[in-house]
Every structure is written in structure tokens, then in C-alpha cells.
Design a protein around this ligand. Sequence first.
Ligand code: NAD
Ligand code: TDX
Length: 354
Amino acid sequence: METWLVTGGAGFIGSNFIRHILAQNMVKIVNLDKLTYAGNLLSLSDITHNPDYTFVRGAIEDLPLVQDLLCRCRPATIVNFAAESHVDRSIDGPGQFIQTNIVGTFQLLEAARAYWLQAPPGTKAAFRFIHISTDEVYGSLGSSGRFSERSAYAPNSPYSASKAAADHLVRAYHHTYGLPVLTTNCSNNYGPFQFPEKLIPLMTLSAVAGKELPVYGDGGNARDWLYVLDHCRAIQAVLVKGTPGQVYNIGGGNEKTNLEIVHAVCDLLDRLQPRKDGHSYRRQITFVQDRPGHDRRYAVDAGKIRRELGWNPKETFDLGLRKTVEWYLGNPNWCRETLRGSYYGERLGLGTTA
Ligand code: NAD
Ligand code: TDX
């Protein structure tokens, strides 16, 4: 059985990806994660004792550690999820985003290059480095159009700029050294195990806690939402069938304004766990100061991955959102433990802290 090294596997998408892959009983997974506030081993508690799974605590920018790990586990593939991922936090403190997303990706590429160069011919030919990135690198759209793989990079937040820099490094390692890399640029994910600082889990938990539901600006900013398992399936398709050096955009074709999302969450909660006073959770919606530099609209053209790799999203938004909201209601222990000591639903990203 071959081994895949997954970085950032204790986070939202990484933990879903590891569970999805291990269920297929065809590879061993080594998960390298620093366990920042966003990483939580509880998200993997059901697979901790799986003999095909190993956890290593460490940072992707720790070159000696990564070199040693590659030497010991001889992975066929590296999947790089590790990142600082929250736009609001990047506005308050960009430094960690530069460190992890840029320097970290660079160090991981360096370790991968050295490992790949001295690998035996069979391993060398089959090796893949897959870098998980975001549609936010393309900047903001007007009222029409979608991002394709040919769209120019125009990142607007420190988060998206750091992801863009990492994407360029990954690209350069293919162009210059021939490292067999693949990059995916995906739209907003939703689903179980997402840290409750992001829109959907934050609104769900704040609503049932009787708190305000802070909608930035006029609530008209639009995102293209994709269920996390559909993203995981897309990544696997890129790993198995993608062409090294290529970029694949991934999106749900499911564009919604933030206000539509918050309304949908409130309406679901009205059915699943009605407020005691009989009013709708929509009463708790509050329009608050906008996010600085807030991108107005993202929409992804996923035609290339559909055509070339045969991937299509399987989840409908209505069912995916219902599963997600039910999961948060049904896992109060995970929510409590994940948030403990690190985040209490407070407003982030006004850029007022230095
Ligand atoms: P997340 O914040 O939930 O998880 C990130 C994980 O990386 C955490 O477990 C954290 O502990 C770990 N980590 C952070 N710094 C590290 C370091 N230096 N070394 C090792 N591990 C480190 O993020 P996510 O939402 O799961 O996103 C995963 C990846 O997918 C990111 O690269 C992100 O940019 C990208 N992405 C996310 C979305 C989305 O909607 N969430 C969409 C497109 C792309
Ligand atoms: O309280 C809120 N109120 C609100 O109106 C929060 C937390 C967010 N918003 C808005 C801002 C965005 O327009 O909702 C939208 C979604 O916000 P986030 O959940 O913070 O996600 P976003 O900024 O779109 O970025 C996400 O998708 C792309 C991920 O965090 C990134 O890692 C990914 O690359």
C-alpha cells in the first residue's frame, strides 16, 4: 500500500479528506499538522486507531522535520492543505499568513524537491505534489463572469495574497525543476468540522445561542458554495487523473449572497430547533460594518475538471446545508472543545489591532 503525506489534516477540509480516503482502504495516510487554533484532533477521533493512519505534530516550515518525515514514510504523494485560512484574521495579523502560507509552502516544496530528486525511478515517475488553493487568488468579480484557470491573479486580502504567492512558488517548482505539482483553486466549502469563525458554522451556533448574526455590509457579497466532500472527491480526481503542471478550478456552480445563506440557516433552524418565543431566527440578523477590502463576488467556472477528469459535485445545496446545520446541532462537544480558549464568536477583521 502506498503512503500519502497530508499536511493540515486536522483542519476542516483536511480531516474530511483523510476520512474520505481511509474509507477506501487503498492508501496509508501520514497527517502532518501544527495544531493551530484551527486544527483539532477531535475531528479525527474516529480514525485515531486506524492502522493505516499516523499523526505527526509539526509545522510545514520545519525543514529538518519534514525531510526526516519524507525519508521515513516515503510518500507517493504530498497533499498540502496546511494554511492559515481565515480572511478576517489575515486583516488583523498578516504575519502568520506570510509565515505559514508562503514560507511554509516554500520549505515544503524544498523538502519535496530533494526527496523526489533522489527517489528511485518508479517512485519518481509516480510522485505528485498537490497544492490546495482558493478561488480568492483571482480577486473580485463584477456582476457577471466566472473565474477560469486563465483568469489573472488579483488577490485583495493578505490571506489571498499569501495563497497567490504560494501558488506561484508551486508553479515555479514545476517550470524550473520539473517537480510534478498540481494546483487546485476551489470556492467556499461548507460541511462538518469547519471552525466556527466561518460564516455558516458561526451563524448556526450564534443563532441557537441567542446572539446577533452579524452580516457584513449589505449582505450582497456572493460566494460559490461547495459541499466539502465534493471538494475531497475533486482533489482525489486531480491526484489520480490530473496532469502534472496543470491547475484545476473547483466550484459548486452554486452562487449565493451572504444574506441568502444566513436566511437559509435561520429557516432551517426555525424547523429543526425553533426559538422558544416562536419568532424566526431571522430576527437576530444585524448588519454590521463591512470587512475592509471585502471582495464582492466569486464564481468559479469548473468546466475544465468536469470535462477532463469527469468530476461533478454530487451534493445539492439544500441537502448539504441541512446535513451541515444538523451536524453542528448534534455535536455540541466538538463545538465546545474546538472553541475552548481560542474564540468566542467575537468580531474579527476590522484591522484595528496592530
Ligand atoms: P483550516 O483553517 O480549517 O485548517 C488548516 C489546518 O492547517 C489546521 O489543522 C492547522 O492546524 C494546520 N496548520 C496551520 N499552519 C500549519 C503549519 N505551519 N504547518 C502544519 N499545519 C498547519 O483550513 P481549511 O478550511 O481546512 O482549508 C484547508 C486548505 O484549503 C487551505 O490551504 C485553504 O487555503 C484551502 N481552501 C479552503 C477553502 C474553504 O472554504 N475553507 C476553500 C478553498 C481553499
Ligand atoms: O460573521 C460573518 N459575517 C459575514 O457577513 C463572517 C464570518 C463572514 N461574513 C461574510 C464574509 C464573506 O463575504 O461571509 C462571507 C464568507 O466569509 P468566510 O466564511 O469568512 O469565508 P471567505 O472570506 O469567503 O473565505 C473562505 O472561502 C475561501 C475561506 O475562509 C477561505 O479559506 C477560502 O479560501
